[in-house]
Design a protein around this ligand. Structure first.
Ligand SMILES: O=C(O)c1cccc(O)c1O
Ligand SMILES: [Fe+2]
Length: 289
């Protein structure tokens, strides 16, 4: 079993770095830690960065990264995945340096999502985040990746990793945890278009203030404000440049590590399957794919 300790970062390809730089700072509120060469890194908590935009031909997610405990765990993870026929690539020292990690491996998970397993992510303790906007962000919360077959993705992730299912949304999504937080990895059927990056904020007021702020700035709100019945978090989803989906949320459920939690099933035919307040749910974009 490969033990994921935490989320590390997401890397996202962009063809319009200027637009992403402006949006991540002026709208989302993240701190630009460093812009070197083709890469801009953003901070939201004590991780050196949790989001990097990389300028190039590929637009959209490049990799999602998780932290492992140390070198022995990294070797064991590589061996385990390879034994299951997964092609594992070793990061070069330069690539590790660019990611501000000591070492990493990478592989493709079902849905062709590139996953990086890292050790020694640079941690910043003494300098508070210099927010570009006071959105009230407390941390990098979770990420949503997409796969054509959520069940196949579930089987892969639970076979290899310490991932536990918190809840199912039909066959469209599985929300999974690696610690008491209700979910840090959510896998969505790719027709739902729910691949997203989530940032937790400190209060319901932060969610509502951001809602007004985003509206005033002409940002496309895709869903919310609403309340997820799964994690009970109050949420707001919005679109950034290049069709990227962002989410702020407050109040995620913690699941005690006592083995008594039974995953629930939410039916997409129910009007409150994703929003207890029954707000409008956008028709799945990209159904044409
Ligand atoms: O927080 C949740 O429960 C949740 C549910 C559905 C989809 C999401 O993105 C979520 O974060
Ligand atoms: Fe989410």
């Amino acid at each position: 079993m490969i033990n994921l300790i935490d989320l590390a970062y997401v890397r996202v390809g962009t063809a319009d770095m200027r637009a992403q730089l402006d949006f991540a700072q002026d709208i989302v509120g993240l701190e630009l830690v460093r812009h070197e060469g083709d890469t801009a890194m953003f901070r939201a908590d004590n991780r050196h960065h949790c989001l990097a935009f990389v300028e190039g031909d590929h637009v959209g997610s490049l990799a999602s990264a998780f932290v492992l405990a140390g070198p022995a765990e990294l070797e064991a993870a590589a061996a385990q995945l390879q034994a299951d026929g997964v092609e594992v690539t070793r990061g070069t020292p330069e690539e590790a340096r660019a990611r501000r990690v000591q070492d990493f491996i990478s592989f493709l998970s079902p849905g062709d999502n590139r996953i990086e397993l890292v050790i020694g992510q640079v941690h910043v303790e003494a300098r508070p985040v210099r927010w570009a906007r006071p959105a009230g962000i407390t941390e990098f919360g979770h990420l949503g990746i997409e796969a054509p077959d959520v069940m196949e993705a579930h089987d892969f992730w639970t076979r290899h990793f310490n991932i536990k299912v918190s809840d199912w949304i039909g066959e469209n999504a599985v929300l999974t945890r690696i610690d008491p937080v209700h979910h840090k990895l959510a896998i969505f059927k790719d027709s739902t278009g729910l691949g997203h990056v989530n940032f937790q904020v400190g209060s319901i007021d932060d969610v509502m203030r951001s809602w007004r702020f985003l509206e005033a700035n002409g940002v496309h709100i895709t869903m919310g404000p609403g309340r997820h019945p799964q994690s009970t978090a109050i949420f707001l989803y919005f679109k950034g440049p290049e069709d990227m989906t962002w989410e702020y949320s407050y109040g995620v459920r913690l699941i005690p590590d006592d083995g008594t939690w039974v995953p629930r099933h939410f039916d997409t035919a129910e009007p409150d399957f994703i929003d207890m307040w029954r707000g409008a749910v956008p028709a799945a974009r990209r159904q044409d794919r």
